[in-house]
Design a protein around this ligand. Structure first.
Ligand SMILES: Cc1cc2nc3c(=O)[nH]c(=O)nc-3n(C[C@H](O)[C@H](O)[C@H](O)COP(=O)(O)OP(=O)(O)OC[C@H]3O[C@@H](n4cnc5c(N)ncnc54)[C@H](O)[C@@H]3O)c2cc1C
Length: 368
């Protein structure tokens, strides 16, 4: 989300003063917020992916369909399997990887909706479910799009209620309350939503191990399940850790206003960054596409200004919003200035209009 947004904007602005090289192994890019719609058959995979055709047709854009294998910030090079690319300015937008190995049994026994394949597999499990117990939870923090697992729990409850199948849903998480970055007041509102749907909520409950029919937590308790769905642990790419770009957080620290890393002419945006919050609701800014895109706009602008000497430099303000879908065509809306101290945060209860807004975002992304 960040990398292509930035490449699109910067290549439009710099004309023939610069070449934008995009390194990306996938030829079709998914709209991740729609993965959960695959689970319920509301979308088919081909409808939530797009090829960046119009972008790669531009004369000043070069696409390298390969994985980054090494970044050398001293030599100013990016190495892929097939070539070494020299850069004047580098923007890193590699997102997150999943570290299933951090929890024994997780990969073998748990479903997830964090890829197209994962969501389709989960759909199969739900179609074959005969009623019983569903455990859904967050295994480790931080995660991308913190409301997404809550959204999935609410949608599952609605689904089974609609098709009249008995499903007892438990939600477990190491968080003290839902969506910690949004503060306790909004957290309580989300918790009330879970309660009103009969979902049992286990906060401060860290997953230790997964067995074939039960999960075990750090506090010694257990939970039996018929279907287990988890948000897998996230980590940054080995490539940026090897390049010395990360800090103790495991992610790339950046200046929140211009997304500069500690290395000259190297910027990082989106999920791979860690941005400390000034207010302590959560230690770091949450990972979300809306932030990746907002940061991409600022960095694209500033790169274009520094190359063309036209326009004014901008700063990123930490604003963002997201939708928490609670039913097939109804979403709540969360909005905030996450870097203000105190943060200015709003929670708007579920309405059809917020759901329609998310559909609009999906359309915009798919035509980019
Ligand atoms: C189920 C779900 C629901 C979500 N809902 C929302 C929502 O409603 N709102 C919202 O704002 N966000 C949402 N998100 C989060 C959002 O998708 C991410 O925050 C966003 O995609 C982050 O953008 P990014 O550019 O940092 O990383 P990504 O979009 O993940 O892009 C990273 C790219 O790097 C590429 N890459 C990785 N490693 C390499 C390598 N070694 N070499 C070359 N390329 C590589 C990948 O192929 C990928 O294309 C959701 C996510 C999920 C999973």
């Amino acid at each position: 989300m960040g990398g292509f947004t930035l490449s699109n904007l910067v290549s439009k602005r710099v004309g023939n003063s610069a070449v934008v090289t995009i390194v990306e192994p996938q030829s079709r890019l998914p709209f991740a917020p729609a993965f959960q719609w695959l689970v319920f058959g509301w979308r088919q995979p081909e409808k939530i992916q797009r090829a960046p055709t119009s972008l790669v047709k531009r004369k000043n854009v070069r696409m390298v369909s390969d994985r980054v294998e090494k970044i050398d910030v001293n030599e100013r090079t990016v190495k892929t399997q097939s070539q070494t690319i020299r850069y004047d300015k580098l923007v890193i937008s590699l997102g997150t990887e999943f570290a299933f190995d951090q929890v024994p049994g997780l990969e073998a026994f748990s479903h997830n909706a964090y890829s197209i394949e994962g969501a389709l597999k989960l759909r199969g499990a739900i179609d074959n479910f005969d009623g019983g117990s569903i455990a859904i939870g967050i295994s480790r923090l931080p995660i991308k799009c913190p409301p997404a697992p809550y959204e999935l729990a609410l949608l599952l409850e609605e689904h089974f209620r609609r098709i009249k199948k008995r499903a007892e849903i438990h939600f477990f998480t190491p968080e003290p309350h839902p969506v910690p970055a949004a503060g306790t007041v909004i957290g309580k509102q989300v918790e009330r939503l879970l309660n009103s749907h009969g979902i049992k909520y286990l906060s401060k409950t860290k997953l230790a191990r997964v067995d074939k029919d039960k999960v075990l937590f750090d506090n010694g308790s257990e939970l039996k399940y018929d279907i287990l769905i988890t948000t897998p642990p996230h980590r940054s790419s080995q490539v940026v850790r090897d390049a010395g770009l990360t800090d103790d957080s495991g992610w790339i620290p950046v200046n929140p206003h211009n997304l500069a890393t500690r290395h000259e002419d190297v910027f990082a945006i989106g999920d791979i960054t860690s941005i400390e919050t000034p207010h302590g609701h959560a230690p770091y800014l949450p990972k979300a596409g809306v932030f990746a895109q907002g940061q991409a706009e600022v960095v694209a602008n500033n790169l274009a200004v520094s190359i063309t000497k036209k326009g004014e430099m901008k700063q990123w303000g930490g604003e963002g919003s997201c939708y928490l879908q609670v039913a097939k065509s109804e979403s709540a809306f969360l909005k905030g200035a996450f870097l203000s101290n105190p943060p200015r945060l709003e929670f708007h209860p579920p309405r059809r209009k917020w759901f329609l807004e998310k559909l609009r975002l999906e359309k915009e992304w798919l035509k980019l």
